[in-house]
Unconditional design. Structure first.
Length: 304
């Protein structure tokens, strides 16, 4: 979709390219969750990507480390659905810029819902130089006991999440719009068949915040909503839901904290956008002004 590239976190070209080259998933019906973090590894900032994938045959976790310029520095895969109990808990070592990095995971008791990403009872951790640089999951005490490492001085930042979801009418995801607050449940529901005009509802934490009537005329749009007293921009493009004859048909939703006015002010400021700060190596990179902003891309594939 042109809409994807036109908006796609315009202040991060690396992520925009990642979106544009993703494989078409309609033939494989593969649910995926991609989370990109920024953290400090080997004296420089890195983008660490966790890609959870699940289809009828496989369930995997891919971990990739890129430089801030987008160069791939390491990639490894963990088989989540393995029949071997031992492979659901393990460790892999690799080098990044001459420094040893260890990837630890324990998924043998992980709990899952519809998403390929676990919701509880698991951990995945990156450890280097006696520091836990990045930690996913809720079993934090087990990580520190197993690795004998301390927490990193600066927390990593989740700045990008993309989810591919397959369903008939209802599509769900979870996201934090502020790392200091709770995770929110996001649900998109639609009615695009039958005698009535097509409609769409977008709810967060069970509250309908956007109701689009006459969807055949308003298949692309945006609106700013309030979530826990925080403004969140919501963009949608569901043209293919209504006018494509080849299925599954894709709808795209973008959730981005902040208001449109604030976005315009930043674009007009002298310091520029995110590109000017993504390669910073000082602690000011994590200041309120310089930190990358979170964005959720939800790709909703409608099944007939």
């Amino acid at each position: 979709m042109a809409f994807t590239n036109a908006y796609s976190i315009g202040n991060d070209q690396v992520v925009a390219e990642k979106i544009s080259v993703d494989p078409v998933l309609s033939k494989t019906a593969q649910s995926t969750v991609t989370c990109v973090y920024q953290t400090h590894i080997a004296n420089s900032w890195k983008n660490v990507t966790f890609l959870w994938c699940r289809n009828l045959m496989n369930h995997t976790l891919n971990v990739m480390v890129h430089s801030s310029e987008g160069e791939m520095q390491h990639s490894c895969k963990v088989d989540v659905k393995s029949w071997h109990f031992w492979s659901k808990k393990g460790m892999k070592s690799f080098e990044i810029d001459g420094s040893q990095v260890n990837l630890y995971w324990d998924l043998h008791s992980a709990k899952f819902c519809a998403s390929p990403e676990p919701i509880a009872d698991y951990y995945v951790a990156l450890v280097a130089g006696q520091e836990v640089l990045l930690l996913l999951g809720d079993l934090k005490k087990k990580v520190y006991k197993r690795t004998k490492a301390r927490p990193a001085l600066v927390d990593p930042i989740l700045f990008f999440k993309k989810e591919n979801v397959f369903a008939k009418k209802s599509f769900s995801s979870r996201a934090k719009f502020d790392e200091r607050r709770k995770e929110h449940d996001i649900v998109v529901e639609s009615s695009t068949s039958g005698p009535r005009d097509p409609e769409m509802w977008i709810s967060i934490d069970g509250i309908v915040l956007i109701h689009v009537k006459n969807l055949q005329w308003k298949f692309r749009g945006n609106q700013t909503v309030l979530v826990d007293n925080q403004q969140v921009q919501v963009f949608w493009d569901v043209h293919d839901w209504l006018f494509s004859s080849v299925g599954p048909c894709q709808g795209l939703f973008i959730f981005k904290p902040g208001s449109v006015e604030a976005e315009s002010d930043r674009e007009g400021s002298s310091r520029g956008g995110y590109d000017s700060t993504c390669s910073e190596t000082t602690s000011t990179y994590y200041s309120t002004a310089g930190a990358p902003e979170f964005c959720l891309f939800l790709q909703a594939w409608k099944l007939e």
